[in-house]
Design a protein around this ligand. Sequence first.
Ligand SMILES: Cc1ncc(COP(=O)(O)O)c(C=O)c1O
Length: 476
Amino acid sequence: MATSQATAAAPNDLRALDTRHHFHPFTDHGALGARGGPRVITRAEGVHLWDADGRRFIDAMAGLWCVNIGYGRRELAAAAARQMAELPYYNTFFHTTHPPAAELGRVLAEVAPPGFNHVFFTNSGSEANDTVIRMVRRYFDVIGKPERHVILSRDNAYHGSTMGAASLGGMKETMHRQGGLPIPGIEHVMEPYWYKLGGERTPDEFGLEAARAVEERILALGPERVAAFIAEPIQGAGGVIVPPDTYWPEVARICREHGVLLVTDEVICGFGRTGPWFGSEYYGLDPDLMPIAKGLSSGYMPIGGVMVHDRIAEPLLGRGGEFFHGFTWSGHPVACAVALENIRILRAEGIVEHCREHTVPYFQAGVRELADHPLVGEVRGAGMLAALQLAEDPATRKRFEPEGEVGAACRERCLANGLVMRSVTESMVLSPPLVISRAEIDEVVEKARLALDETMDAIARPAGPAGAGAPAGARG
Ligand SMILES: Cc1ncc(COP(=O)(O)O)c(C=O)c1O
């Protein structure tokens, strides 16, 4: 089998092979070459990964924020194998369905907040967010308000990499500079990132100001032109930005008053990541659409979707006619079967509830122990999300220059100590599997402190730049 041959090959051969043929996502290949090629991950179990050199890492990022259930659950492999043998593929276009898609729709309606009784299946979070753009515009066409087409999002948001999703994203200096983005009809407003933008305001004052920026833009555009506001309940890839308490209630009021749909991107926040099943529940929000992916299958298979509230589904399904949208693999039977097994285990073992009651308090207390470190300006987090905000001068919130170097150096020190933690400029972010144990949380905190100490030493050492050994500007 190709896989076993590949994993049996010597690590350096694999690195050379990969370097010759593999065009990686979000990777500067010059920097990758300079460091001698990629890390080769070959195996995973629970919250741990092993590389081809036999080194073990504790994965405080759950892959890319997705392996909520932890690695190595054989039941998911068995579900995939059963479905492949029974019906490996059939489409869901043209008046057709199959058992896994129908069943997953039902199960999602059970775990989602009340009123979310329909799901449109995609293969990824990016496709889910592209679907959001087309769906909200279609909705307003169907209800006779075709001028409501503008979608508001936020600076520094990440909603995916396809043309639509990257346009919804607010990565202006990086993603929008490539490929002529954003597409028309998408506007960005201030993000509720108090540590960076709050200045002298208290977090609560700043939260209101950031919310009112949404209203100001709606009024400037004309509410009759604005279709929707999309945001993650807690920004993940932007740096685990937990908004001030005043932010969401005010945004919800503004959307309601101006007839603007609220889309909560649950790609990271869904499936227990913030404590409840969905991030919108953490803030008591009543969204209209919820894009989902990642934790839906705990990353074991590519699958995403858009959960649609009844008040949007009814006009769309009842009088919308055909929605000219879909993917060959919308509701892929194997992906649906794996997602079903993932949700079955999450429910049967009470993983979300146990995590919320027992693991979250321990995790949040553990990471907050690092607040006393001289490199750390702020520790923020909620649920199983956290960020250590590094600062040159924590007392004044002075940031390191150039942006990103110290974070990248710290990430490399984490990896050298067997800890996977990601850096988003100067935010060291954590999003471990929901099944992480207390002893494993202790291991994460201990390794993170060691990495912070070593980063501190590297900064203090005059000969070696802080970023030595780190790929410049790499997104973790
Ligand atoms: C909030 C959010 N939305 C959408 C996406 C895109 O998902 P995918 O990478 O599955 O396309 C991501 C990916 O990180 C995300 O964090």
